[in-house]
Ligand binder design. Structure first.
Ligand code: ADP
Ligand code: MG
Length: 652
């Protein structure tokens, strides 16, 4: 007999939901700190017992909670910060879900004492499973008048008492306490005008003690110590409305400071403590040029981003944040950091020496892959390119053909298991050493346009890399990361699929064209490949802003979309599609040797464009975004170590 499906008991559902939001005492304190700050408090005091598992107490002097609101305070989706769906997009605080207190009340005993400034008395209420309950058996559940100072005190006892599996996972109350104090310290750094304390119950010494009037540097000194606070420089990030960037600021250690201890960067986005791995990776990469090996900087960066550009609900604890134009905003912060570091100490901020390789004898390393999986254009594409160029020229000025537009649209959250699965495959293949090398490389120059080889410097070593392979993986990963959220390269004028396909194949192109036109909705929604009902190609995805794929490869790309993509299976469809997309965007191989005289100018121009794109766009994107997979190992070959070279030169 088939098992019957039963609806879960709502208490069980709520407990599960609570466990996703509050996974440790530090999550609970974070939510309560945000509430106290949102309430306009100027002091927030935290007391903890047994790592927060026995007691978490937070007292503030904020606006308090109206007595009439107390009965529903701990119900899910009750919040004073959100009343209509439209508010969701506009609200400045994003602790808006009204779930925190409810969640806590499902997995702990909660007591709230609160007084609004206009009320002569305070009120005390106790909660379980989202509802008011009597403080003692037999008593009434109604909030009771009590003497209290204006503000709110919330006492959370026996966290996870009814989730034994979770409780067993906590080994050490000391670790949990440190995590709590860490969260309080981070909010103290960010929240000017508010004083914070945090201590263990029964102890007189505070782990965090920050007065309300403390300056930013004072706050960092109180939390992370004088050695950091004495070496700070200020970072300012200018607003850019087009990116949804409202502004940014921060304090970071200068190039003279380097510590063995690695503090997680303090990142706030719209006043919420978050992690943002792309930002962290990029900033750490900048310091690597300044700091000795194994040295770490301290970073505090706060960004304000237009709330409608944020996707905060990617993670139940709201810790992980994604936003639109992430790559460009990260770049702005990097520029600001670089400026701040450069401004402080010119003498220390040395420029990485550039080594120009111009020896003609460099043969491709024997370990380079003989099969080039990213290559489909063994036939030179120049002829096609010229035909396509002339298609554009027939109706438009060339600069229009080159134009791209920024398409404003909300970041679409991607919940597809297939895409997540593909992203996980990339992470599983990640090679840490190679990723680090590429993150911190210095671009030296293109070595061979035909074999697509470039030279990179890392530390004191020189590497030869196959940029065809690297950019292929880069574009594939950008495809996965920005899936359904690409910008658009608008083709002006649109090009007829039939004309394009005829350049790629002698077969009848109608079937190819129809298979693409039939799928046009999906192609647009997921990949920004825009096709009209009557078979005109009007847009292509913008994988990296400012980078245009070589139009000579467009016909082959379209033909392969129709023939090589597995449309039947979702995961395979996305995977094969994005592999094809990546092939298309990889810079094309250019003839190195003899070129027909009539083509020499065109090839020279193309070479210049490609070199500039590699230096200004593609290798910087590799540094910022590429998770190098083990499969790329053969594409990066060490060719020299500089100390070795210097020795050779000395002998000469
Ligand atoms: P949210 O913060 O998403 O609104 P919470 O469950 O964290 O949801 O809080 C629910 C509501 O309780 C808040 O909207 C606020 O009105 C009120 N509240 C919670 N903590 C405090 C506090 N310390 N001071 C004043 N009001 C509070
Ligand atoms: Mg809240």
């Amino acid at each position: 007999m088939a098992p019957r499906i039963k609806a879960l008991d709502t208490v069980v559902v709520n407990k599960i939901a609570a466990g996703e939001i509050i996974v440790a005492p530090a999550n609970a304190i974070k939510e309560m700190l945000e509430n106290s700050i949102d309430a306009g408090s100027t002091t927030v005091d935290v007391v903890v017992k047994d790592g927060g598992l026995k007691l978490l107490q937070i007292a503030d002097n904020g606006c308090g909670i109206d007595k009439d609101d107390l009965p529903i305070l701990c119900e899910r989706f009750t919040t004073s910060k959100l009343s209509t769906f439209e508010d969701l997009a506009a609200i400045a605080t994003y602790g808006f879900r009204g779930e925190a207190l409810a969640s806590i009340s499902h997995i702990a005993h909660v007591m709230v004492t609160t007084r609004t400034p206009d009320s002569p008395v305070g009120y005390r209420a106790t909660y379980a499973d989202g509802k008011l309950v009597p403080a003692r058996p037999g008593a009434s559940a109604e909030p009771k008048p009590t003497a209290a100072r204006p503000g709110t005190q919330i006492v959370v006892e026996d966290l996870f008492y009814n989730v034994p599996s979770r409780l067993r996972a906590f080994r050490s109350p000391a670790d949990e306490y440190n995590r709590i104090a860490d969260v309080v310290g981070r909010y103290a750094i960010h929240t000017a005008g508010v004083g914070f304390t945090c201590k263990k119950q029964g102890e007189s010494q505070y782990s965090v003690l920050v007065p309300a009037q403390a300056s930013a540097a004072d706050r960092i000194r109180a939390v992370f110590g004088g050695s950091i606070a004495n070496e700070l420089v200020e970072v300012a990030v200018a607003a850019d409305p087009a990116l949804g960037l409202v502004g940014g600021s921060g304090w970071v250690t200068n190039a003279n400071y380097s510590a063995k201890k690695n503090h997680q960067p303090v990142f706030f986005i719209n006043h919420r403590l978050v992690t943002c791995d792309p930002l962290k990776k990029a900033l750490v990469g900048i310091y690597q040029a300044f700091l000795p090996k194994g040295g770490h900087a301290f970073m505090y960066v706060a960004l304000q981003i237009a709330p409608d550009r944020l996707d905060v609900n990617v993670h139940p604890t709201k810790r992980e944040v994604r936003f639109m134009n992430e790559d460009e905003i990260v770049q702005r912060v990097c520029d600001a950091l670089q400026q701040a570091l450069g401004a402080v100490d010119e003498s220390r901020s040395y420029k990485v020496q550039t080594v120009i390789y111009d020896g003609p004898t460099l043969a491709p390393p024997s370990s380079a892959p003989s099969k080039r999986p990213y290559e489909y254009n063994l036939v030179r594409t120049d002829a096609k390119e010229r035909k396509i160029t002339s298609m554009f020229e027939r109706t438009s000025r060339p600069d229009e053909a080159e134009g791209y537009v920024r398409v404003e649209r909300e970041r679409a959250p991607v919940h597809l298991a297939s895409v997540k699965g593909l992203r996980e495959r990339v992470s599983a293949d990640a090679h840490a050493g190679l990723t680090e090398l590429l993150t911190n490389h210095t671009f030296v120059g293109v070595v061979d346009d035909e074999k697509r080889l470039a030279a990179l410097q890392h530390d004191v070593k020189l590497f030869l890399v196959d940029y065809g392979a690297l950019t292929n993986e880069l574009f594939y990963q950008i495809g996965l990361a920005d899936f359904a959220n690409f910008g658009v390269i608008e083709l002006a004028p649109p090009l007829a699929l039939d004309d394009l396909l005829r350049l790629a194949t002698d077969d009848d192109v109608a079937a190819f064209r129809d298979s693409l036109v039939d799928r046009r909705d999906m192609l647009d929604e997921y990949f920004s490949v825009q096709i009209t009902a009557d078979g005109l190609l009007t847009g292509l995805p913008m994988l990296i802003k400012g980078y245009l794929p070589s139009m000579g490869k467009l016909p082959t790309f379209l033909q392969r979309l129709a023939t090589r993509v597995d449309w039947a299976d979702e995961t395979e469809c996305f995977r094969t599609f994005m592999r094809e997309l990546a092939l298309f965007y990889v810079p094309q191989s250019l003839p190195d040797g003899d070129v027909e005289p009539s083509q020499a100018d065109a090839v020279a121009a193309q070479r210049q464009t490609t070199h500039a794109a590699l230096e200004k766009l593609l290798f910087p994107a590799i540094a910022r975004r590429l998770v190098a997979t083990a499969g790329l190992l053969p594409s990066v070959v060490e060719i020299a170590s500089l100390p070795g070279l210097y020795k050779v030169f000395e002998r000469c």
